[in-house]
Design a protein around this ligand. Structure first.
Ligand SMILES: [Zn+2]
Length: 194
């Protein structure tokens, strides 16, 4: 192989690696807001951020969710994992659990779920069992690689392909709320008795 061809191959390899790095960063940090979100969707996500702030003030992780049926908010919830000691009380699982007992599971299959952060694996499972047809989330799970969760779209495509997923929506505000939690969360870990 000539020197020129070797140099060309090296340059091509470097460019390929750089492009891949840029694409990865864009995938993690720079996912644009979903243009399919309506004004109503945005107002509901803004409400989930208020709920997330309430959760934080109560000493819980800052996550909020609500259910809309027709044009009405029929239930709201927050993460209560710290205050109850129940690690399964994420905003979405708590909301679905309480609402299904209150309204019945058939009712939930006509509701839309709005949540401040993209549903995790556990919450995606609850969404599937409640047969919720539409999910709108505010902030992506993966903020700069902190959490390496499976995107809820991938999960729901497999287990509930009829469920429409919209998001992220108003993610800048949600990232701000979550970044405060991350700092507090790490401090808690440092303070934890050995
Ligand atoms: Zn969850």
């Amino acid at each position: 192989m000539s020197t020129n061809r070797i140099l060309s191959a090296v340059v091509l390899a470097i460019l390929t690696v750089c492009c891949a790095c840029t694409a990865d960063r864009a995938g993690v940090d720079e996912v644009p807001d979903d243009p399919r979100a309506s004004e109503f969707d945005r107002s509901m996500i803004a409400r989930t951020y208020e709920l997330a702030r309430t959760a934080s003030r109560d000493g819980n992780p800052p996550f909020g969710a609500l259910l809309v049926c027709g044009d009405s908010v029929v239930a709201e919830g927050t993460n209560t994992g710290m205050s109850t000691g129940d690690v399964t009380r994420h905003a979405e699982t708590g909301l679905i659990s309480d609402a299904s007992r209150r309204f019945g599971r058939d009712y939930l299959s006509g509701c839309w779920l709005y949540t401040s952060t993209e549903p995790c694996v556990m919450c995606s499972g609850a969404i599937r069992w409640a047969r919720i047809p539409r999910v709108v989330y505010g902030t992506p799970q993966n903020m700069g690689g902190q959490f390496q969760e499976i995107p809820c779209r991938e999960i729901l495509e497999r287990i509930a392909p009829q469920t429409e997923v919209i998001g992220p929506v108003l993610q800048e505000e949600g990232r701000e709320i979550r970044s405060g939690f991350r700092r507090r969360d790490w401090k808690g870990k440092e303070d934890r008795p050995k």
